[in-house]
Design a protein around this ligand. Structure first.
Ligand SMILES: Nc1ncnc2c1ncn2[C@@H]1O[C@H](COP(=O)(O)OP(=O)(O)OP(=O)(O)O)[C@@H](O)[C@H]1O
Length: 228
């Protein structure tokens, strides 16, 4: 039975200098393990905010969010140990080698085989020859490969990626997208990608556009045609 995340009637607004700013109202969305999703939309539409809400790391102004695992319904806070994050700026720890960056989530969970498992993941993302390099000694594309390995090494049910190719040239972006989608598929992880790139979005099975507070599903075929 696949796990899933369900958001119902999600609304988010902020008080800025005494006036109310509404990002979205009554938004509904379901994310199922093993499926891939892209969220596109203009700058400031609330895509990153939505990612933080669906991961349970922030709370909506109103609405219900549930995480259903093994048929058991629980609040979104219980999702935290079961999600991996990937960011545009990589966010690797600068003092640690690639190996230790990837091993860290396992070490924090008390896994005695953390480094062996990290090595396997660095091999999967094509970086076995760079395991002792620190982030400053790696290219942007290599750092993002480390970040993907770190996000997936503890086999979470869901991966949330915020502009994962935003800092990369076209060739590195294509390579990173290949690795990200294939690794998530191999691990049966649900993948949610927030992006301005139509090329990246078109790889997802489900594509949404967030604009003017409305989340709308886009026909994948249409976007694929545009991005070709
Ligand atoms: N805590 C907060 N208080 C006030 N405003 C906020 C807060 N968090 C986010 N915002 C505002 O919400 C809006 C949406 O931000 P968000 O980063 O989610 O947009 P985005 O669609 O991901 O944009 P981009 O594509 O540029 O990254 C922005 O105008 C931001 O300033």
């Amino acid at each position: 039975m696949s796990s899933y995340i369900e958001l119902k009637n999600f609304s988010q607004s902020f008080q800025v200098n005494g006036s109310k700013v509404t990002l979205f109202n009554d938004l509904d969305l379901s994310i199922t393990q093993g499926q891939s999703y892209a969220i596109t939309g203009p700058s400031g539409a609330g895509k990153s905010s939505l990612l933080m809400l669906m991961s349970g790391l922030e709370h909506p102004t109103s609405g219900q969010g549930v995480y259903v695992k093994g048929g058991h319904k629980q609040s979104l806070e219980f999702l935290r140990p079961d999600i991996g994050f990937i960011f545009q700026q990589f966010h690797l720890l600068p003092e640690l080698t690639a190996l230790n960056n990837v091993a860290l989530p396992l070490k924090l969970r008390g896994d005695k085989h953390a480094e062996d498992k990290a090595r396997v993941w660095l091999e999967k993302v094509g970086l076995i020859h760079r395991i002792n390099h620190k982030p400053s000694e790696l290219s942007g594309g290599e750092q993002q490969r480390v970040a993907i390995a770190r996000a997936l090494v503890f086999e979470p049910g869901f991966i949330f990626a915020d502009e994962p190719t935003g800092n990369l040239d076209q060739q590195s972006a294509t390579e990173i997208a290949d690795i990200l989608f294939s690794c998530c598929q191999e691990n049966n992880a649900g993948l949610v990608v927030v992006t301005h790139s139509e090329t990246l979005a078109s790889r997802a099975q489900h594509i949404f556009s967030l604009a003017g507070g409305q989340l709308k599903q886009t026909a994948n075929e249409m976007l694929k045609a545009v991005s070709c």
